[in-house]
Design a protein. Structure first.
Length: 124
């Protein structure tokens, strides 16, 4: 069970990093959200994965540690607020800049030298 859980957390982390490295603001916001989900799952797993564990001492032989559960609950609330704020910033940047690029460039070929921009029929 731990191996499957670790693979799932790794897959979510990989997807989050891939989206954060994209050049579009909405993809960056989704990537940050996926990364926060992966951290939440990691924190939850740090409290030992126990099946049928009671949250109250004395109810069963094994109990679930309540501290990681409280940390994850707090992280979910903070993550939701952060995602909403980042989404509002992304929408504002889109309306001000007119595009969805993270760096705010209006054209894809802004970094190309002048010779590379010229077409075949123009003077060099």
């Amino acid at each position: 069970m731990e191996t499957l859980y670790a693979v799932c957390v790794g897959a979510i982390t990989t997807g989050g990093i891939f989206l954060v490295l994209r050049g579009y603001t909405f993809a960056v916001v989704l990537g940050l959200t996926l990364l926060s989900y992966a951290v939440n799952l990691f924190l939850f797993a740090s409290g030992r994965l126990v099946i049928n564990g009671a949250a109250i001492l004395g109810e069963s032989e094994q109990y679930a540690d309540p501290l990681p559960q409280a940390l994850v609950l707090t992280a979910i609330v903070i993550g939701f607020a952060m995602t909403a704020f980042a989404l509002i910033l992304a929408l504002r940047a889109r309306s001000d800049l007119g595009n969805d690029q993270v760096d705010g460039k209006t054209e894809i070929h802004d970094d190309l030298p002048q010779k590379a921009r010229r077409q075949g029929g123009e003077d060099k």
